[in-house]
Structure formats: structure tokens, C-alpha cells
Design a protein around this ligand. Structure first.
Ligand code: ADP
Ligand code: ADP
Length: 236
């Protein structure tokens, strides 16, 4: 079953067409890796999936992108609701300059959740999923920006997971990290595949071959090949 579908997606920044008609479906509870050389349009396509490009001036988008069958570019689409269903994690870990607890609770509070007990449960659940829960709870009060890069990225992952998205967009989530942290976060994400549908931009082919169920290869704004990982990396 496909949870998101994209058909003939074109995007222009002013006169420059960065995506020339992308077709890509995201199978539920699988990880799709979006690979390709720098500047080929990976991030641009990813940002189409939660309408992060909307705010850039001069952007024109056409095509059809659906989440659970609903056209996300329809005027009826509620952007806040969309971004609850389709969360995002960025390349640079950017926790807010306040406590771990407040970072992870942030999205829930924005969403208007008032129930303190519920927020507490979600913070714990998300930090556990992101593998940065600390049984002593000492970490909760610490400033998120005082942690190491790998830990900051885990806090950011927890912050995204706290809203319980169905789809998580990962824009090179490990490429700003040292190799060990990168590998550990990769493992954490793989352990979450039964809970979420992921699409991950990466320029690391080995990483894609390790984590992805499906691989989509983008070049110069065109999707040149899409298929199951084992078919994409092993020659017959
Ligand atoms: P990738 O993620 O594959 O490195 P991007 O999606 O970031 O590629 O960029 C695709 C193309 O669109 C590049 O040529 C880039 O320079 C251009 N681009 C990206 N963002 C903008 C923007 N905000 N304004 C104009 N051009 C942009
Ligand atoms: P990573 O390899 O993910 O960067 P470390 O090996 O640096 O993690 O840290 C291991 C553990 O030490 C963490 O899970 C965390 O509980 C604790 N820790 C490290 N730095 C801090 C900090 N600044 N504040 C609180 N706890 C920390």
C-alpha cells in the first residue's frame, strides 16, 4: 500500500525548472532513499511532500501529490494538519536553545495539546524511539544545544516523532555527523521502520543500500530509475 503518491511533479524557482516531472510512490512502513548528485533536486522534491517550498518566493509547483489519497496542494488542505502527518528532520541538527523536554514537547504545544501527562508520555516515548532517553531523567532539563552533534540530532528526531507523524522526511540526517554517530542514527532509524514511512535524501550510496527498501535515483531534476534496493545495487 502506498501512503504518498507523487505524479508528474514539476517545480521552478523563477525561470529555472529544478524538477521536470517526478513520479514516485512511498510504500507504507518502508524506507525510500532518494539518491543522486549534488544539485539534482533531492531536497527540492523532499520539500514538495510537506509543502515546505510554498514559502519561497517565485516558486511554481505543478503535478499531483497525495497523502492517503488526498491532494496535498488542494486549497482545502490544512497545512498544519499536513505537517502533523508528514514530519521532517534536517541535515543540520538544530535543537532550539532550551531544554530537551521543551524541545520534544514543542510540536505538541504548538498543536494545542494542554494535557501535561500526555505531553510527558509523548516526550518519553519519542526520546526512547530516538534512543536518547535517560532513565535518570537528568537529560530532560539540560539545554538541548549542550549535547554532542549526534545527540542533538536524536533530540531533533524525537521532536519530530513526538507529533506522531505517519511519514518522516529525512534530509541527509546523518551527513553532518561523525561516522560513528551517523552509523548509530542509521541503526535507530532502521529500528523504527515498522512504525513510520521514511523517505531519506542521501548522497551516500552505501548508506542507501544498507537502509532502504526502495531507491529512487534522481539526476538533473529527472527521476532516472526507481526500484527495490536489491535490484538497484546488485547487477544480475
Ligand atoms: P540537491 O538536494 O539534490 O542537492 P536541491 O534540491 O537543493 O538539490 O537543488 C536543486 C537545484 O535547484 C539546484 O540547481 C539549486 O541550485 C536550485 N535551488 C535550490 N533551492 C533554490 C532556491 N531557493 N532558489 C533558487 N534555486 C534553488
Ligand atoms: P554520541 O556518540 O551519540 O554523541 P556520547 O557517547 O557523546 O553520545 O554520550 C553518551 C551518553 O552520555 C548519552 O546518551 C548521554 O546520556 C550522556 N551525555 C553526553 N553528553 C551529555 C550532555 N552534555 N548532557 C547530558 N548527558 C550527556
Amino acid at each position: 500500500k502506498e501512503i504518498m503518491t507523487a505524479k508528474n511533479v514539476k517545480l521552478s524557482y523563477g525561470n529555472f525548472e529544478a524538477l521536470h516531472g517526478i513520479d514516485l510512490d512511498l510504500p507504507e512502513k518502508q524506507l525510500t532513499a532518494l539518491i543522486g548528485p549534488s544539485g539534482c533536486g533531492k531536497s527540492t522534491f523532499l520539500r514538495c511532500l510537506n509543502r515546505m517550498n510554498d514559502d519561497i518566493t517565485g516558486v511554481k509547483i505543478s503535478g499531483d501529490i497525495r497523502f492517503n489519497g488526498k491532494d496535498i496542494y488542494s486549497p482545502k488542505m490544512d497545512l498544519v494538519a499536513l505537517r502533523k502527518h508528514v514530519g521532517m528532520v534536517f541535515q543540520q541538527p538544530t535543537p532550539f536553545p532550551f531544554s530537551v523536554y521543551d524541545n520534544v514537547a514543542y510540536g505538541l504545544r504548538i498543536a494545542g495539546v494542554k494535557d501535561k501527562k500526555l505531553i510527558e508520555q509523548r516526550v518519553e516515548e519519542s526520546l526512547k524511539q530516538a534512543a536518547i532517553w535517560d532513565e535518570t531523567k537528568d537529560n530532560l532539563k539540560r539545554n538541548a544545544q549542550d549535547f554532542s552533534g549526534g545527540q542533538q540530532q536524536r533530540i531533533c528526531i524525537a521532536r519530530t516523532l513526538a507529533i506522531r507523524p505517519e511519514v518522516v522526511l529525512l534530509d541527509e540526517p546523518t551527513s553532518a555527523l561523525d561516522p560513528i554517530s551517523s552509523m548509530e542514527i542509521e541503526k535507530t532509524l532502521m529500528g523504527l521502520k515498522h512504525k513510520y514511512t521514511f523517505i531519506m535524501v542521501t548522497h551516500n550510496l552505501q548508506q542507501a543500500s544498507r537502509v532502504a527498501d526502495q531507491v529512487a535515483f534522481l539526476m538533473n531534476g529527472n527521476l532516472i530509475e526507481t526500484g527495490p534496493t536489491e535490484k538497484m545495487f546488485i547487477s544480475p
